[in-house]
Design a binder for this molecule. Structure first.
Ligand code: AMP
Ligand code: ZN
Length: 123
């Protein structure tokens, strides 16, 4: 599979170009710590293939979403939040706050997370 975008930071990280320490990995997915954590545990789960967002996942990607979930579960276990609880979030598109245009799921945990942010309660 593996579509690679040479301008994409997450393609480079997933390919191991920066010697990033992975919290969890599988054949097609990696997980690593967010560079600017917003919770005590803040891990990004990223497919190795360049897919822009959840909105771009289709049948051609097979069970990639399931594979992402399995790595998230493994990362949660490794980070020690599987039992205490965690949140999985993915931003699809700039209007949702997506800044890195390579599909990723945020795994947040390790402390109180507050409510889900919406246009009614943010800021
Ligand atoms: P989003 O706003 O959903 O696109 O989230 C992008 C996330 O990627 C942010 O939480 C950033 O802190 C994180 N991020 C950006 N560059 C890196 C990097 N080089 N290593 C780890 N995390 C990064
Ligand atoms: Zn990419």
């Amino acid at each position: 599979m593996s579509a690679y975008d040479e301008t994409c930071i997450f393609c480079k990280i997933a390919a191991g170009e920066f010697d990033t320490e992975f919290v969890a990995t599988s054949e097609n997915v990696v997980a690593f710590n967010d560079i600017a954590p917003v919770a005590p545990v803040h891990i990004l789960i990223v497919p190795k293939e360049h897919v822009v967002s959840a909105n771009d996942l289709g049948p051609e990607h097979g069970n990639l979403w399931q594979q992402i979930l399995e790595v998230a579960q493994h990362a949660a276990q490794t980070a020690g939040v599987a039992d205490s609880g965690y949140r999985l979030v993915t931003n699809a598109g700039a209007g949702a706050g997506q800044e890195v245009m390579h599909l990723h799921v945020h795994l947040l945990g390790g402390g109180p997370l507050g409510g889900i942010v919406t246009t009614k309660n943010k800021g």
